[in-house]
Design a protein around this ligand. Structure first.
Ligand code: I3P
Length: 128
């Protein structure tokens, strides 16, 4: 049987490396600090890990790495932005709790895929 035959393990939808900065916490503005982040979309959450490339090989083992943070996508909002950064290909993710993140990639196709995939999850959760 498949590992998720009980339907209890959330489905991994997408994983990859993006540039990330948190710009607000609970509606309060934060100082911008971009860094590469390993981003995993699983179930209703976007989960952020340290950039695996900046870790030693032995420290990068699945299950051996704890998330830095995670975001509940229920009620979240996604929007492309040209105003909040000098970088290209930036979108903003805002959670119901007023946490705001910018996510970015130099690769147009890659960032579009992330936007669409996250947006689909948000829309699906809105319909539940
Ligand atoms: C920030 C840093 C960011 C930049 C930000 C700067 O400076 O250069 O990369 O954002 O611009 O303030 P520091 O490292 O001194 O904090 P972008 O790369 O997204 O433009 P901002 O203040 O105009 O947001």
């Amino acid at each position: 049987s498949s590992p998720d035959s009980d339907g209890c393990t959330p489905e991994l939808e997408k994983a990859g490396l993006l540039n990330k900065t948190k710009i607000a916490e609970g509606g309060r503005k934060l100082r911008k600090s971009w860094s590469p982040s390993w981003v995993v979309l699983v179930g209703n959450s976007l989960v952020f890990f340290k950039d695996p490339k900046s870790q030693t090989p032995s420290s990068w083992k699945p299950g051996n790495s704890r998330p830095e943070s995670s975001v509940d996508l229920r009620g979240a909002q996604l929007q492309w932005t040209n105003d909040l950064s000098s970088k290209k290909n930036v979108f903003k993710l805002r959670t119901v709790t007023g946490n705001e993140f910018l996510l970015q990639s130099e690769t147009d196709s890659l960032i579009k895929e992330w936007f669409n995939t996250i947006q689909n999850v948000i829309v699906r959760l809105d319909r539940e």
